[in-house]
Design a protein around this ligand. Structure first.
Ligand SMILES: Nc1nc2c(ncn2[C@@H]2O[C@H](COP(=O)(O)OP(=O)(O)OP(=O)(O)O)[C@@H](O)[C@H]2O)c(=O)[nH]1
Length: 667
């Protein structure tokens, strides 16, 4: 390895503010029982921590850090290794990516929710702050964050509780689009950033090239980079010493009334609302009364503790610590993320909260079977308790009945939400074509934000005088040979080039301003396919721009299907209209009568297909008299019917709605 000595020297050079001057008056004792890296095997993984033991960790013995990276660069695996190294979980606990707890996270291999784990660690590697085996024990809060662009909101929230971040970069793939986005999130939050070049065990690993990229893009001194393999364990012993040495301790005053930032909340069937908090000042004990700065309501603290990594009651949380609190809150709506919780009756300055969530994509969510509305309503209510970033309002569609209009952070977020509804609550849903929030101005100069294209119909009396659509700044990293096709793709998608640079001899970085609508469906797939999978892509929201938008209706036998209406750029309407009509023809089953399928803008028909009449006889091929087989086929047909939506006199299978999602954007 490039040498522990070199790393130590590098470590000494980086910013290392010490504890806040107003920090603790608590006595510092060596909490030997937490020295898990040296503890006996039976001691490891013990999740019993008392409040008095927690009190042994004043802010200067605490480090709060996040792991941030591009998707799949190894954050969760690195988090696993650190949890093992500190004895927080057993080695070979049989469940890789321990902190990815949701079923969808395990199935998709992605992190969706940020997770926190408290570890206890004694630094045995000499650093500028510690002195070998005499070094004290530290309390480390590790926050594993999602890598996908849709969940960058989770990342920025997590960073608010941290003073530092491990920026993990794959040694073979190098810096990718989300590496850049996450670096800037951490940089703008003033965090100390420790670059970790991971996966150095891979045959194609090229750490020197990655160091050069880090220098060029972020001005990171190459000697600061740690080289690791979360798979083989190589280099991992350097990570936590660097965390202790290079990341400042949390600021805050131990003697002030308690003040904490509400980082996240979720609903637990047995325990009620559980809030994750970062204690900024003072201490919070079981039995204390705390108030919410946002609502003014006061609650009693029923339980308080740390995530070690499961909920571990401690009866108290001190300044600088990150943990959970359970109060009498009845719903997560009371637990507003970004709120300041503080000692009741004290007057405190609220902490800077978070930017409000901006919903990028809206879609209608309806029960596949209309009679399941109550069940769906219950499922959505429960799920939003654990995913506060979804907005939900009731809506009614003539085609689909009663349902909900939901706002999501992006398409993956929408997909994950649907999957969780199905997996965790058994809900069968139909979702409508996703749309972005447009702004329309009418003749009377009133402006409305339109999140449901069908809603535009109610304004037909008014003349639209102008419309605006949201745009994003997209960052795309690609091997240089793909620059041409990517530029073509972006201009087809109405993108405006903002930047074109090379990050090294082989790779280019492109920045485009693109209308959000153009990227929400299928852009990423197409980008991947034209670059043989090499492109990486990230975006951040940008301003609204004036645009020439029209509402396109889909008509079945002359009747508009409100759930299939979409708002689209005028120039693209014809092409997309044809594709939608064509797709529907393939998915709607022939019926006893002829069906015309049309796309229309106002009264102008822009695409049309006809489906001829036919009676579908499922028993047609079932010769002979095997009654059980016939019954089975009829049962299957009945089951299929349940998944149909009757629109006017036409039955539309659920799959047709799903397929429409795929063509709802132009190619
Ligand atoms: N060869 C090698 N593979 C690794 C290493 N670290 C992680 N991996 C593998 O890389 C893949 C992605 O790892 P994760 O830890 O899930 O990556 P992540 O960054 O958490 O991914 P997201 O949560 O989706 O953002 C998994 O198959 C890991 O087993 C490493 O050091 N070497």
């Amino acid at each position: 390895m490039a040498g522990a000595a070199a790393l130590r020297r590098a470590a000494r050079r980086v910013i290392r503010p010490l504890a806040n001057a107003s920090a603790p008056s608590r006595t510092l004792v060596q909490p030997e029982r937490f020295l898990s890296s040296q503890a006996s095997p039976e001691h490891r993984g013990r999740a019993v921590v008392s409040g008095s033991e927690l009190g042994l960790y004043p802010p200067e013995r605490i480090r709060n850090f996040s792991i941030i990276a591009h998707v799949d660069h190894g954050k969760s695996t690195l988090a696993d290794r650190l949890l093992e190294l500190t004895g927080t979980i057993q080695k070979g606990h049989g469940q890789p990516q321990y902190l990815d707890k949701l079923q969808v996270e395990r199935e998709r291999g992605i992190t969706v929710k940020a997770q926190t784990a408290t570890m206890f660690y004694r630094n045995t590697v000499e650093t500028s702050e510690s002195h070998g085996t005499d070094s004290p024990s530290y309390l480390l809060n590790l926050i594993d964050t999602p890598g996908h662009v849709d969940f960058s909101y989770e990342v920025s929230r997590s960073l608010a509780a941290c003073q530092g971040a491990l920026l993990v970069v794959d040694a073979a793939q190098g810096v990718q689009a989300q590496t850049i986005a996450n670096f800037y999130l951490a940089f703008e939050s003033n965090l100390s950033i420790i670059p970790v070049i991971n996966k150095i065990d891979q045959p194609t690993a090229d750490p020197d090239n990655v160091k050069a990229q880090l220098k060029r893009l972020f001005d990171i001194d190459p000697s600061e980079a740690l080289l690791t393999s979360a798979k083989t364990g190589q280099g991992l012993s350097q990570v936590l010493p660097a965390v202790i040495d290079r990341i400042p301790c949390p600021p805050g005053s131990c003697d002030s009334p308690v003040r904490m930032l509400l980082l996240d909340s979720y609903y637990d069937e047995y325990k009620g609302v559980i809030c994750h908090v970062a204690v900024v000042d003072g201490a919070m004990r079981k039995g204390d009364k705390i108030s919410s700065a946002a609502t003014g309501r006061t609650y009693e603290v029923f339980d308080v503790g740390i995530m070690h990594p499961e909920l571990t009651p401690t009866g108290v949380l001190y300044t600088g610590q990150v943990g959970y609190v359970i109060t009498g809150m009845r719903s997560t709506k009371e637990a507003r993320i970004g709120d300041t919780l503080h000692q009741a009756k004290s007057i405190v300055e609220p902490l800077p909260g978070f930017k409000p969530v901006r919903h990028m994509v809206f879609s209608g969510v309806y029960p596949a079977d209309g009679s399941d509305f109550d069940a769906l309503s219950h499922a959505i209510e429960k799920l939003t308790c654990n995913d506060a970033s979804v907005s939900v309002t009731k809506e009614t569609s003539t085609a689909l009945g009663m349902g909900f209009r939901c706002g999501f952070l992006g398409l993956l977020h929408m997909d994950v939400f649907h999957q969780r509804l199905e997996q965790e609550y058994g809900a069968q849903v139909i979702s409508t074509i996703p749309t972005v929030p447009y702004i329309f101005e009418y003749g009377d100069e009133s402006k409305v934000q339109v999140e449901n294209p069908a809603a535009l119909a109610s304004n037909t009396g008014k003349r639209v005088t102008a419309c605006w659509e949201p745009t994003v700044i997209a960052t795309i990293l690609i091997p240089s040979e793909y620059v041409g096709p990517v530029i073509m793709l972006c201009s087809e998608r109405r993108g405006e080039q903002l930047e074109y640079t090379f990050i090294d001899a082989q790779r280019a970085l492109l920045k485009y301003r693109i209308p959000l609508r153009e990227i929400i469906v299928d852009f990423y797939n197409e980008l991947k396919s034209i670059t043989s999978g090499y492109a990486t892509f990230d975006y951040e929201d940008s301003e609204y721009q004036k645009s020439d938008l029209v509402k396109m209706d889909i008509l079945l036998n002359g009747q508009p299907v409100d759930a299939m209406a979409t708002i689209i750029h005028n120039q693209k309407a014809q092409k997309v209209g044809r594709e939608l009509v064509d797709k529907l023809k393939k998915f709607i089953e022939r019926q006893m009568f002829e069906i015309t399928i049309q796309a229309a803008i106002g009264s102008k028909i822009i695409a049309r297909e006809t489906l001829s009449a036919m009676r579908k006889n499922v028993l047609a091929k079932c010769y002979g008299g095997d009654i059980t087989r016939k019954k089975k086929l009829l049962e299957k047909q009945k089951e299929g019917k349940k998944r149909m939506k009757r629109v006017g006199s036409v039955d539309i299978p659920q799959e047709a709605f799903h397929e429409l999602l795929k063509v709802s954007n132009s190619k």
